[in-house]
Design a protein around this ligand. Structure first.
Ligand SMILES: Cc1cc2nc3c(=O)[nH]c(=O)nc-3n(C[C@H](O)[C@H](O)[C@H](O)COP(=O)(O)OP(=O)(O)OC[C@H]3O[C@@H](n4cnc5c(N)ncnc54)[C@H](O)[C@@H]3O)c2cc1C
Length: 429
């Protein structure tokens, strides 16, 4: 063992902190790594990758621990735990953030907002920058500034061989291409350099619930209104049983979103509404408790490239589970498809149906309900977001030409599939 590996902070079953470190967002995941390497810096990560291979241990990588399938936790292998690597530095003049590979979204948002800046990040602040950004990264700023991965200037990566490489538009550009949406397949990202934007701190959130008898017409109106929505607005919809709520999140001066509020009130008979201004940081954490840890979770997702009337009808036949739509478009679709591994940029709406419960006795029924409902919408789907895949093939996220290019990159950087506990691109060498 080298001097570096000897300084690694390693936890084993029975050690203080071991159970906390192996717990992740989805309480269905209850696996026991043989060892957890608590990494503080890039050298630790490189040492951990080498040590795991020397000991023949399967590797999993943990950032925010929010993978629905629990990819961050191996049974019996080594969890490379990046959570101590959560430093965020902001250069407000150059509008750049340098972020360690284990940081959470809230840490990025708070550091950037101190200067009225932000970049695209997801909607729940305890999600990891790592997993979210490597799969693409959707958020309330994406229609203005692109996905999280569209705002990454460079990545620092530890490869399967334990080497440290940089990927940017000019350095290792093919790897840069693959890291923009290809997930954790090519190595462990120890630092991200992000472009930040002046967004101020003000937002508006509007939600309207309508008479259920008008739900179909309201959804049609909502879909049609979305086609001309300003980029500051991201349309949202949620259905559960016989309740429909639609609305939008606006990032920018709330006064500029007032016209949309009026348009939503005219979509049908509103039975309840909530129109609230809130600081950007509140927006970014307002779902933190409802999306909190300790629950058993299951979800399925689809991308919809259009939302025909038949899809709306199917959507409204909801068996009492959570279902949500979030609009894409805008700057996401401006990026040419060939520029990054992330695919399906012509998506109009991302659909997710999800359920949470506490009693393991309910597992089978809960999972079957979500699966059954998602299956009724499958025929309208044009692929899926790699970060919502839950047991399906990665070919749902990447069309054949992208898969071929990703496979070639995997062959070059990780021919023995050291990094396979992820949405896996299998090498063919
Ligand atoms: C409550 C909740 C809200 C969400 N909201 C959004 C949203 O608004 N927008 C959105 O786009 N997605 C969202 N997601 C989906 C989210 O993008 C994925 O669950 C993602 O995998 C979470 O990343 P993580 O770092 O928290 O997870 P982890 O489980 O820690 O990591 C998942 C996988 O990502 C890879 N990985 C993570 N970090 C690194 C790294 N530094 N280097 C290499 N590989 C790494 C590894 O393969 C790892 O197994 C949400 C998920 C949840 C549970």
């Amino acid at each position: 063992m080298t001097a570096t590996t000897l300084t690694l902070d390693l936890l084993q079953p029975g050690d203080a902190g071991y159970d906390e470190a192996r717990s992740v967002w989805n309480a269905m995941i209850d696996r026991h790594p043989a060892v957890i390497a608590r990494c503080r810096d890039t050298a630790d990560v490189a040492a951990a990758v080498r040590l795991a291979q020397a000991r023949g241990l399967e590797i999993a990588v943990r950032c925010g621990g929010h993978s629905i399938a629990g990819h961050a936790v191996p049974e019996g292998g080594m969890m490379i735990d990046l959570t101590p690597m959560n430093e965020v530095r902001v250069d407000a003049d150059r509008q750049i953030a340098w972020i360690q590979g284990g940081a959470l979204l809230g840490e990025l948002d708070r550091a950037a907002q101190a200067h009225g800046l932000a970049t695209t990040a997801g909607n729940v602040s305890h999600t990891g920058v790592g997993g979210l950004t490597l799969g693409g990264g959707m958020g309330w700023l994406a229609r203005q500034f692109g996905l999280a991965c569209d705002n990454v200037i460079s990545y620092e990566l530890v490869t399967a061989a334990g080497d440290v490489v940089t990927a940017s538009a000019t350095e290792n550009p093919e790897l840069f291409w693959g890291l923009r949406g290809g997930g954790g397949n090519f190595g462990i990202v120890t630092a991200f350099e992000f472009r930040l934007h002046h967004v101020g701190t003000r937002t508006l959130v509007a939600e309207f619930t309508y008479d259920w008898a008008e739900a179909f017409a309201v959804m049609q109106g909502w879909r049609d209104l979305n086609a001309t929505a300003p980029r500051q607005a991201t349309f949202t919809a949620s259905v559960r049983g016989e309740e429909l709520t639609v609305g939008f999140v606006w990032v920018g001066d709330p006064a500029d979103g007032a016209a949309l509020v009026t348009a939503f009130r005219e979509l049908g008979t509103v039975v309840a509404e909530k129109v609230e201004e809130m600081p950007y940081l509140t927006l970014q954490s307002r779902e933190d408790s409802v999306q909190g840890h300790r629950y058993r979770r299951y979800w399925k997702g689809h991308y919809f490239k259009s939302l025909p009337d038949a899809a709306i009808r199917a959507l409204l036949r909801n068996p009492g589970v959570g279902a949500s739509l979030q609009a894409y478009g805008g700057a996401i679709a401006d990026v040419p498809d060939h520029e990054a591994a992330f695919s399906h940029r012509d998506t109009q709406f991302e659909f997710v149906t999800a359920t949470r419960w506490e009693d393991p006795a309910d597992d089978a029924e809960r999972i079957a309900t979500v699966r059954g409902y998602a299956a009724t919408l499958d025929r309208y789907a044009g692929g899926a977001y790699v970060n919502t895949l839950n047991g399906e093939s990665v070919s749902r996220a990447f069309p054949p030409a992208k898969m071929a290019r990703l496979t070639a990159l995997k062959n070059a950087y990780d021919p023995t599939n050291v990094f396979h506990l992820n949405q896996n691109i299998r090498p063919t060498v």
